[in-house]
Design a protein around this ligand. Sequence first.
Ligand SMILES: C[S@@+](CC[C@H](N)C(=O)[O-])C[C@H]1O[C@@H](n2cnc3c(N)ncnc32)[C@H](O)[C@@H]1O
Length: 214
Amino acid sequence: MEKKINRECFVQDIGNFEVINSIHKFYKDKNLIDVCAAPGGKSILLQSLGFNVLAIDKSQNQINKFEENLNRLNIKINIQKLDFLKKKFTDKFNSILLDAPCSALGTFRRNPDVTVKIDPSQIKKHQKTQIQMLEKSLKMLNNGGFLVYIVCSFHPFETIDVIDKIIQKHKNVKIHSIETDKMIKRQNGYFINPLSFKDIGGSDIFFVSVLEKI
Ligand SMILES: C[S@@+](CC[C@H](N)C(=O)[O-])C[C@H]1O[C@@H](n2cnc3c(N)ncnc32)[C@H](O)[C@@H]1O
């Protein structure tokens, strides 16, 4: 039994599952590029929902964990070690997932240290990277394509403000509403409501926004 669980299960926070469960229907094209993919939680969920995922990450350490997960689960995903911000992409895509690097404040339930170690200058730096990554993703997106932005943070600088800056600058972006009773709606995005999962001990807090290039 222990061996079977080890081979067939990937234990993840319920919030991770909820985010993917609520956004995957927006993607019309099942060929998807996950541009910050490792250690693979969301890529693996999407692949199991029938997507053909191209996974990118710049960290070899994180990719090693991703590969361990894939080997254990006997799943194949094309992983490429690349710096998303530096790589020149010639192809365009209809489906992009950007689970951007962030402060991870939304994981405070499991990692209480994040709340005391938080450094405001670091959050500003994250915001800069998040905006650069969103702008690069938008460039790579076909008209009518969907880009989903996710961070495991509730800090306004990394969530609402980021999307606000993007839609101020890029008038060809439409934000879509998500059908969910497990998230709290704010302008331009949604936060997972950990109280939705209070019977199982709560969840991490993710922010998610669904962008269409029009
Ligand atoms: C929030 S984690 C992704 C978690 C993953 N999506 C999951 O569900 O398991 C952010 C990832 O972005 C990667 N990353 C940061 N900067 C990057 C860059 N410039 N290019 C590609 N990957 C990057 C980090 O190595 C890290 O693995």
